[in-house]
Design a binder for this molecule. Structure first.
Ligand code: ZN
Length: 302
């Protein structure tokens, strides 16, 4: 199952609502489904659990039983065939023959407690969210410009979003898309709708990604340092080899001989390790200074 389907399953399992919230949930579900008008009330979904919920909620809230059918493409269609039933449903959400445009009727979500339930219904009908492992993206897609604008306003004025959400709207073919980027906005929306587990999952992915980035940054830094050490060491070893093959190590000043042998035998030792393995340990910069001297001597040999 996709992450989006997981989120919807979790949202469908949210229960224990007051009657007002159940009404608001049903409203969100209907308003943003395939069709919500006197001429047609229907939902189209590839998930049987969504089709069943749509049907169950309509029975509970409006006392109307829809018809569920399965298309050849494997999608579930939930429909209210009877015109009187449709009028009854439209009526119970405050729409009459004159209400033509698709707008939010705020009378259905006037109580604070109902807002989450409404948004949950809206998301189940027209929302999707990407797998956070791939990208942070949550969107609502509707063919009605005014309705998507209403939703954007509703969401940006939602009290629960303390940081304030910043919905973006674009047109995609004949649809309008309101979308959110950023793990925090997505976590907030999922939590408010009641998909707490999914929200925690997004949070977990974000933490893992942050940690991996930190480790990589640290590794890159250490690798860069290691590269520097190795290239310095190989230059020193070349110098020592040149001295061996020409004047001989024994011609070096006594304080340079030990470090020259040590370096020649241990190309991968850091300055600190070298300084610690000398018979009389000296500072790191002392070791560096002596190795530099050895290189200077080698440079001076014709
Ligand atoms: Zn309520």
């Amino acid at each position: 199952m996709s992450f989006s389907a997981d989120v919807k399953s979790e949202l469908l399992s949210v229960e224990a609502e007051d009657e007002c919230c159940l009404h608001a949930f049903c409203y969100g579900l209907l308003l943003c489904s395939r069709s919500f008008s006197l001429r047609e009330i229907s939902a189209l979904t590839e998930h049987s659990n969504i089709a069943n919920k749509y049907s169950e909620i309509l029975k509970k809230v409006c006392g109307v039983t829809p018809l569920i059918s399965k298309s050849d493409a494997g999608k579930y269609r939930v429909e209210i065939k009877d015109a009187e039933d449709r009028a009854k449903i439209m009526n119970s959400f405050g729409y009459d023959i004159k209400s033509r445009t698709m707008r939010i009727n705020y009378a259905n979500i006037s109580d604070e407690c109902c807002k989450s339930a409404f948004l949950r219904g809206v998301f189940i009908s027209c929302g999707t969210v990407n797998d956070p492992n791939k990208r942070y993206h949550l969107e609502f897609v509707l063919p009605y410009k005014n309705l998507i604008k209403d939703l954007a306003l509703f969401i940006s004025e939602f009290d629960e979003f303390e940081t304030g959400l910043d919905p973006k709207i674009i047109q995609r073919n004949s649809n309008y898309v309101m979308y959110f980027k950023g793990s925090e906005s997505i976590e907030d929306i999922l939590t408010v709708m009641g998909a707490v587990n999914s929200s925690l999952q997004v949070m977990g992915v974000k933490m893992y990604k942050d940690m991996r980035n930190n480790v990589n940054r640290k590794l890159n830094f250490e690798n860069a340092n290691l590269d520097k050490t190795i290239s310095a060491a190989s230059k020193q070893i070349d110098a020592i080899r040149k001295i061996k093959n020409t004047i001989g190590i024994s011609r070096l000043p006594v304080e340079l001989r030990e470090i020259a042998k040590m370096r020649f035998d241990n190309p991968d030792m850091s300055l600190r390790e070298l300084s610690e393995s000398l018979e009389v340990p000296i500072s790191r910069s002392g070791v560096n200074h002596r190795l530099q001297k050895i290189c200077d001597i080698a440079d001076g040999i014709k």
